[in-house]
Structure formats: C-alpha cells, structure tokens
Write a protein that binds this ligand. Structure first.
Ligand code: PGA
Length: 240
C-alpha cells in the first residue's frame, strides 16, 4: 500500500475548493497516463469538516483522472473524529455519519490536536475504535517521544488495523523535514510494536522529497504542499 494524504488543516473555503480542484485536474491532465497501473495506491484529501460535501462532489469528478494518470484511488478523509458516538455532544463529529459521505480515512491525534485541543492518548484510542467500528481507516499521528505509549494505550489488538503517521514535531510546518535515516528507524520501531502496521511520514514534504520517503515509508501526510491544487498534483507526479 502507498498512501498520500492532503491535510488542508483549517484552510480553504467553499469558494476555494472548486479552484483547487480545477488546478489539480488541469495539472494532472497534462501528465502521461501511468503505464504501470499498480493496484494499491491511494490519494486522500482531508478538508475541514464543513467542506466535506463540497470536496465529495469534486472527488467524484476527479477520481477517474487520478486513476488514469497516477494509477491511484482518490477518496475523502477527515482531520478528526469524536471519541464519543452519535448523541448529545455539541460540536462533535461522530464517525457514524461519515461513511455516507464517502470518508475512507481519519487523521487522528495530530500533534496540533494534542497541543491546542489537549487530546490524550486515551481519547485518541477512543477515536480509533470509533473509526474502526464505522469502517474508516484510522491514521494515527505520533512523534518519537510518545509513539510507544500511544500504541500501548490503543492496544496491539487494534494496532494492526491502523495506519501510523510518524510526524516529528520539529518537521511540521517548519521546512525542516526529517532525514530519511531517522524516518527509517522510527518506521521500523512502530512496525515492531504493531505487527507491521503501515507507517507513513509527515513533516514539510515537498515534490522534491516525497520520493525519498517512499523508499522507507508507506506514504506521506502533506500539509503546506497540499494547499495548491497545482503543486499537490506535481507532488503526486513526482511520487509516482
Ligand atoms: P506540513 O504539515 O507538510 O506543512 O509540515 C504536515 C502535517 O501537519 O501533517
């Protein structure tokens, strides 16, 4: 499996979604069709929750182009879900409502959620269960300092069904991407604790560096370089 996720964070509006996808399609249209057509590549676009419906419509109009040019599936992701189910939880995003929108993946426990919203390992573990119960693949973000603790709290029973994202704090949004050697070491550590769960890397990835990370990790979680449709398409073209 190779997975590249665009994490738009709290950027974009209802009007900028259409222009992002127009630019994305225009850049992809100029590429040669992918000749190898491998079966297990996926691109996930993870917008802010209020944009999910708008992005769903654009994904439906774009998926066949992504398949033709990159040999990859295209689907929708979320940046968080609630650790609680549906019910009286004002402001929460309950996982149960997301599959009908076509959501396949949920970024969980991102360091910005841990830092600004005080998410704990326990809450992230609860979010993992909610995602799995609703057939959404959890993408659990960890840094080196707490990856083993987070995996222990989730429990090895579930850990095999999860994608982990190694996201060193020092690399997120800083332009200081981690060395490929460091990523390899952390990927191996996480895999040794999880019966070989897939591990992707995130932190200042660009179209210049995505290739090296794909040699040691199962994909990338891309923030800044996903904010323009043109440059994200170029990054995917560089990857595949
Ligand atoms: P960045 O963000 O690519 O801007 O470093 C990555 C992330 O936060 O997931």
């Amino acid at each position: 499996m190779q997975l590249i996720i665009a994490n738009w964070k709290a950027n974009k509006s209802t009007t900028s979604v259409a222009s992002w996808f127009a630019d994305f399609r225009k850049t992809l249209a100029d590429l040669k069709p992918d000749a190898t057509q491998p079966s297990d590549r996926r691109v996930v676009i993870a917008p802010a929750a209020f944009l999910l419906s708008a992005v769903k419509i654009e994904i439906e109009a774009t998926a066949s182009l992504v398949k033709e040019k990159l040999g990859a599936e295209l689907s929708l992701g979320v940046q968080d879900i609630s650790h609680l189910g549906a019910g009286s939880y004002t402001g929460a995003i309950a996982a149960i409502h997301l599959p009908q929108l076509g959501v396949t993946h949920a970024i969980l426990g991102h360091s910005e959620r841990r830092r600004y919203f005080h998410e704990t390992h326990q809450e992230v573990a609860g979010k993992v269960i909610q995602a799995l119960d609703n057939d959404i693949i959890p993408v659990v973000c960890v840094d080196q300092a707490y990856s083993a603790d987070q995996i222990r709290v989730i429990g090895s029973k579930w850990a095999k069904k999860i994608v982990f994202a190694y996201e060193p704090l020092s690399a997120i949004g800083t332009g200081q991407n981690a060395s490929v050697g460091d990523v390899r070491i952390e990927v191996e550590l996480i895999q040794s604790l999880t019966s070989q769960a897939p591990v992707i890397y995130g932190g200042s990835i660009t179209d210049q560096t995505i290739n090296e990370y794909l040699l040691v990790a199962a994909g990338g979680l891309v923030g800044s370089a996903s904010l323009e449709g043109t440059s994200f398409a170029q990054l995917l073209a560089a990857a595949w």
